[in-house]
Design a protein around this ligand. Structure first.
Ligand code: ZN
Ligand code: ZN
Length: 344
């Protein structure tokens, strides 16, 4: 097992997990699940595309008594690189199929076609429209190469509500848009191996995590049309959907497995309701998305938030604004550019 600590866990009933590190990220690792089927092991997510992460995946699979070459298929919860990054390498090693929801596959396809200079121009225009100051926009004028621009193109589609083709298992796709447009949770409709009460087990990806709130921003799509998508609204609907499933246990992609999904769903719904109420109070005076982001509560003061995280924070502020506008609780101030919003 070498010097590295290989940590795998046996969740019973032919399901194991292993930890694949995410470099330079406070989340630490992705939990990759190995599900036994009659045709060989199937992975739920693969982990970040990095040499150390690949070694950890390989060592974890060995500790589970298998190898990348033996993988029959790969089921991806969503297109983010900490979930989909190593899918291409697993497919090369094994010939496994890779399955993803069509909405996230569309993002992958556009990412593969995007040239870095287009991406920088798009980000710069988007942030300017959100009211970002000149010093924030300046670095975007000198495009550099970008990592993760060539994610593997999936070869199978995950169809919401349908069982996946996993011989000997019952794994049903539950579409849970919000964190990404094509995020899915996967419901293993089999009795819990330890007899815990509830309905099977749920691989929840980033949709439902035990201790952190997943990022909900605008979908970050070059083709996003203002006012059309409502990621936060999608997310809240998706939360209620998985709460109603009442799985006996949740197997998330980060942190650790947990029970009582309906309670966690209620916590998250309350959190977002309180956040929206707090934002309405701030919108007593007209604010651009950038100004709103700078006044919102984060895990540290705005001045200490690094560059990349500010972009994520602005996207999150925009998603909340879009929800408030949809609910008729906020509106754009006519004639302003960057557009300012105010409570109704
Ligand atoms: Zn994610
Ligand atoms: Zn993630």
């Amino acid at each position: 097992m070498g010097g590295r600590m290989t940590r795998t866990a046996d969740h019973g009933g032919g399901v194991r997990s292993l930890r694949v590190p995410i470099p330079d990220n406070p989340l630490g690792h992705t939990l990759v699940y190995v599900v036994d089927t009659d045709r060989g092991p199937v992975l739920v997510d693969t982990g970040w595309d990095d040499p150390d992460s690949w070694d950890a995946l390989s060592e974890g699979l060995a500790a589970c008594g298998t190898s990348a070459a033996e993988i029959h298929g790969v089921v991806i919860t969503h297109h983010h690189p900490d979930h989909h990054g190593l899918s291409g390498r697993v497919r090369e090693a094994s010939g496994a199929w890779v399955a993803m929801h069509a909405a996230d596959t569309a993002v992958v396809r556009r990412t593969r076609q995007a040239r870095p200079e287009h991406w920088f121009a798009y980000m710069s225009a988007k942030l300017a429209a959100a009211g970002a100051p000149e010093e924030h926009l300046a670095p975007l004028r000198t495009p550099r190469s970008l990592p993760g621009l060539s994610p593997a193109l999936p070869d199978r589609e995950i169809v919401p509500g349908e069982l996946l083709d996993l011989p000997g298992r019952r794994l049903r796709a539950i579409w849970t848009p919000g964190h990404t447009p094509g995020h899915v949770c996967l419901h293993l409709e089999e009795e819990h191996p330890a007899g815990l009460p509830g309905h099977g087990r749920l691989f929840s990806g980033d949709h439902l995590l035990p201790e952190i709130t997943p990022h909900i921003g605008l979908y970050g799509d070059l083709e996003d049309t203002p006012g059309v998508t409502d990621p936060l609204g999608d997310y809240l609907d998706s939360l209620e959907r998985v709460g109603r499933l009442a799985p006996a246990e949740v197997l998330p992609a980060h942190q650790q497995p947990f029970t009582d999904a309906p309670a966690r769903v209620r916590e998250l719904l309350t959190h977002h309701e309180q956040r929206l109420t707090g934002l309405l109070a701030l919108l007593g005076t007209p604010l651009t998305p950038w100004q709103l982001a700078a006044r919102m509560e984060w895990n540290r003061p705005w001045d200490d938030i690094p560059y990349g995280s500010r972009n994520i924070a602005v996207s999150e502020a925009e998603a909340h604004l879009r929800r408030l506008v949809k609910l008729g609780r906020a509106q754009a101030v006519p004639g302003t550019y960057p557009v300012a919003y105010t409570a109704v």
